[in-house]
Design a protein around this ligand. Structure first.
Ligand SMILES: *Cc1c(COP(=O)(O)O)cnc(C)c1O
Length: 396
C-alpha cells in the first residue's frame, strides 16, 4: 500500500499547529444552546453564541419543527429544482419577502451556501467584484468561484471605495460592491447610505451580507437595509437563518428578477438537497414571532446596552462596536487566549479571537450578548471579568 494513505503530510501540518500553540479540540456542548450551558462537563455562562434572540431552543420553534416533521417528514428527498421544493419552502420565501419588505426572497441551505451560490450566479467574466477588506470568509470564497475580476477597499473607507470604483468603471461592464452589514469581529455597522450613494454615482450594484444584522438591526430585526431605510436601493440582501433566527439556512432578498435567475443558476440549490421540513417549519415560526412583536429585539438591545455599560465602566476597551457584538480588546495574542481560558475556569465561556482572524496585536474576547440572558447572569459574568481582569493586570 502506498505511503500516501498514512496522511503523513497532514500529520506534519498538525504537528506544526501544536508547535504554534494553536492546536485545539472542539468544545462539546451537552445542553441546548442557551444563556447557561453545560460545556465539556462544566456549567458556564455562554457569551459566545450567535443565538441573539434565544430562538435556538424556543418552545414555539420546537413545536413548529415537530408539526412540520409530522406533516412533511424528516427530509425533503431531493434538490428543489427536481422534487424537493415543498409548499413549506414556498411559504417560507413568501413570509421572508414580506418580512424583509422586498419583492422576493430566495432560500439556500446556509448563509455560507448563499454567498457561494449567489455571487458567481450574478457576475461573469468582464465584471468586477469590489469587497470590503474585512468581509466574511464565505464572501471571499464566493467571489473566488466567480469568473469576475476582484478588488478590495480599505475597511469602511469611502475614499478607498471611490478610488477603486473610479478605476473599475472604465474597465468593466458590471460592478458588484459587497459588504458585510455588521462586521462580525468588531460589531461595527457598514456605512451603507454612503456605499449606496457611491454605487448609484458609478452605476454599480450593491450586495449586503447581513448575517449579523438580520434579527438584530432594523424594525424587529429586519436588518441593516431597514435600519437605514434603504429598501429598493440595495440589489442583493443576504441574511442567515442560522444566527438570530436560531435554526439553519440563508437567503437573498431583492427583486423578482433576481429570484427567477437564481432559481435557474444557484448551484448550491441546483445540486444539493433542500432544507429539511423541521428547519423550515421552525424558521417560519421565528419570522412570525418577529412580525408579531418587537419584544425579542428590544430585549436583545437592552441586554447589549447593559453589558456594554457594565464592561466599559470596569475599564475594558470595547472598541467601535455599535451592535450586541461586544469585543473586549486585550491586544497580545497569548494574553488574549489566557484571558479567555481563565474566564472559562471561572465559569464564563467567551471565545478568544486572534491573528489571523483579526489583525496582529488586536486580540480580543468577543462577547455575544443575547435576549435570553438575565441581568443576574450578566452581572455574574461581569464580576468574573473584573476578577480575572485584575488578576491579569488588564484592569488597574
Ligand atoms: C455566519 C456568517 C455567514 C454564514 O452563515 P451560516 O448560515 O452560518 O452558514 C455568512 N456571512 C457572514 C457575514 C456571517 O457572519
Amino acid at each position: 500500500m502506498s505511503k500516501v494513505h498514512e496522511l503523513n503530510f497532514l500529520k506534519e501540518k498538525i504537528e506544526d499547529l501544536k508547535k504554534q500553540g494553536v492546536y485545539r479540540k472542539l468544545p462539546v456542548l451537552e445542553t441546548p444552546n442557551e444563556a447557561e450551558v453545560l460545556l465539556n462537563g462544566k456549567k458556564v455562562i455562554n457569551l459566545s453564541s450567535n443565538n441573539y434572540l434565544g430562538f435556538a431552543n424556543h418552545p414555539r420553534l420546537k413545536k413548529a419543527a415537530i408539526e412540520a416533521v409530522e406533516k412533511y417528514g424528516a427530509g425533503s428527498g431531493a434538490v428543489r429544482t427536481i422534487i424537493g421544493n415543498l409548499s413549506l419552502h414556498e411559504e417560507l420565501e413568501e413570509i421572508l419577502a414580506k418580512f424583509k419588505r422586498e419583492e422576493a426572497a430566495f432560500v439556500y441551505q446556509s448563509g455560507f451556501n448563499c454567498n457561494a451560490g449567489t455571487i458567481q450566479a450574478v457576475t461573469e467574466e468582464g465584471d468586477i467584484i469590489i469587497s470590503d477588506e474585512l468581509n466574511h470568509a464565505s464572501i471571499i470564497d464566493g467571489a473566488r468561484l466567480s469568473k469576475a475580476a476582484r478588488a478590495i477597499y480599505k475597511h469602511s473607507d469611502m475614499d478607498s471605495l471611490e478610488a477603486v470604483l473610479k478605476d473599475a468603471r472604465k474597465k468593466y461592464r458590471n460592478i458588484l460592491i459587497i459588504t458585510d452589514g455588521v462586521f462580525s469581529m468588531d460589531g461595527d455597522i457598514a456605512k451603507l447610505p454612503e456605499i449606496v450613494e457611491l454605487a448609484e454615482k458609478y452605476d454599480a450594484m450593491t450586495y449586503v451580507d447581513d448575517a449579523h444584522g438580520s434579527g438584530v438591526l432594523g424594525e424587529s430585526g429586519r436588518g441593516t437595509v431597514d435600519h437605514f431605510g434603504l429598501h429598493g436601493r440595495v440589489d442583493f440582501t443576504i441574511g442567515t437563518l442560522s444566527k438570530a433566527i436560531g435554526v439553519i439556512g440563508g437567503y437573498v432578498a431583492g427583486s423578482k428578477t433576481m429570484y427567477e435567475w437564481l432559481s435557474h443558476r444557484a448551484r448550491p440549490v441546483l445540486f444539493s438537497t433542500s432544507l429539511p421540513p423541521a428547519a423550515v417549519g421552525a424558521i417560519i415560526e421565528a419570522i412570525k414571532m418577529l412580525m408579531e412583536t418587537t419584544e425579542y429585539t428590544d430585549r436583545l438591545w437592552e441586554n447589549a446596552r447593559y453589558w456594554k455599560e457594565r464592561i466599559g465602566s470596569l475599564g475594558f476597551n470595547t472598541g467601535n462596536s455599535e451592535t450586541p457584538i461586544t469585543p473586549v480588546i486585550i491586544g497580545d495574542e497569548a494574553k488574549t487566549m489566557e484571558f479567555s481560558r481563565k474566564l472559562l475556569e471561572n465559569g464564563v465561556f467567551v471565545s478568544g479571537i486572534v491573528f489571523p482572524t483579526v489583525p496582529r496585536g488586536t486580540g480580543r474576547v468577543r462577547c455575544m450578548v443575547t435576549a435570553a440572558h438575565t441581568k443576574d447572569q450578566l452581572d455574574r459574568a461581569a464580576e468574573v471579568f473584573e476578577k480575572v481582569g485584575k488578576e491579569m493586570n488588564i484592569l488597574k
